[in-house]
Design a protein around this ligand. Structure first.
Ligand code: FEH
Ligand code: ZN
Ligand code: ZN
Length: 350
């Protein structure tokens, strides 16, 4: 099978031929229908050796969907059958610590002992014809959803869903939510905010086509970034500012905008990985504003995201490409030329 491999630190991914793996005890083999192309991969590919504990080479792709191809010995789980369409839950923890036991493998207590964050993040991921998943617990059935375009639910949607869910109590009628960065995560965040809350939603992005996508996703306003953005947000929110700011970029400038646009008693959630910083001190952020860095989401939340999609309340914008075009697609992503989320489709995804 073809696989998109991370072969070196600060090196481009390579497409190689690999044998289709066999599921061992406890494992499940998934035939990949679609593998999302996440901006985080660009950071992983760009970061110098030593930044992450990953052992190279491995197959990229941490946002995956497909069909169960084979159940390894001991996985005869009544819940899953060969042929079932599934999402692959991305953060692979130890599976037994208190966090993992409640489905929050994104916050596994033993993460520091595990030299990988999941398939596509140090272990073989889904940018390939097939993917080995360590346990059926990491698979979420998706019923009648189209598997080839469902993959972004497992990251582009799950990450903002987790961040929004913990702030829902702030999103009361007449409140305002701001989404900075209307790319893969951002446009999903807009749809989720409109589906889950009465808040007015303001999207902030430098690219007009991204703002258009955000407005198609339900944003009430789309505005450019910069000095003016915070003032405009205050104007649109009756002077209060935003009860929730989701920074899907995470750069110095966007975090500064988040702090300037936030309301008293608000949440500022930074889910973008650009590596920016924000000074949190008296006067730098509004009174009782909370700044936090959520990471991905739980297995339970992924099932909730899948349910939202099956109910038609979440319909992500997906651009599909053949798996063999992975290097070009990563380049397009880096140049900001992907609208919504790009998904790679293996030639075996029939
Ligand atoms: C991937 C790798 C490292 C940090 C964060 C991520 C996210 O894309 C996972 O949602
Ligand atoms: Zn990701
Ligand atoms: Zn754990």
């Amino acid at each position: 099978m073809k696989a998109v491999r991370m072969v070196g630190w600060q090196s481009p991914p390579e497409i190689v031929e690999l044998p289709v793996p066999e599921p061992g005890p406890g494992q499940v083999l998934v035939k990949i229908a679609g593998a999302g192309v996440c901006h985080s991969d660009l950071h992983v590919l760009d970061w110098p050796e030593g930044t992450l504990p990953y052992r190279l080479p491995f197959t990229l792709g941490h946002e995956n969907s497909g069909w169960i191809a084979a159940l390894g010995p001991g996985t005869e789980d009544a819940r899953l059958r060969e042929g079932d369409a599934v999402l692959v839950y991305g953060p692979w923890g130890c599976g037994v610590c208190p966090s993992c036991a409640r489905g929050a493998e994104n916050y596994c207590r033993r993460a520091a002992e595990i030299p990988a964050a999941g398939g596509g993040l140090g272990l073989d991921g889904g940018m390939a014809g097939y993917m080995l998943v360590p346990s059926p617990r990491l698979l979420v059935p998706i019923g009648g959803l189209e598997p080839r375009t469902a993959a972004p639910l497992s990251d582009a949607a799950l990450t903002p869903y987790h961040a929004i869910k913990r702030s829902l109590h702030r999103l009361v009628p007449d409140s305002t939510a701001v989404v900075i960065g209307a790319g893969g995560l951002g446009h999903a965040a807009v749809q989720l905010l409109k589906a889950l809350s009465p808040a007015q939603v303001i999207a902030v992005d430098i690219a007009p086509d991204k703002l258009k996508l955000a407005e198609q996703a339900g944003a009430d306003h789309g505005i450019p970034p910069g000095e003016e953005a915070a003032r405009r947000i205050r104007e649109l929110s009756g002077g209060l500012g935003a009860a929730l700011v989701l920074d899907c970029v995470g750069a110095d400038a966007t975090m500064a905008t988040a702090a300037a646009a936030a309301a008293v008693e608000s949440d500022i959630a930074v889910i973008g990985l650009a590596g920016g910083t924000l000074g949190v001190r008296f006067g730098a952020v509004p009174f009782e504003a909370s700044v936090h860095i959520p990471y991905w989401g739980s297995r339970t939340e992924l099932a909730e995201v899948a349910a939202l999609a099956e109910a038609g309340l979440l319909d992500l914008h997906v651009e599909t490409y053949p798996l063999g075009q992975a290097p070009e697609v990563y380049d397009r992503l880096r140049q900001g030329h992907i609208n919504g989320r790009a998904v790679l489709i293996p030639e075996t995804a029939t």
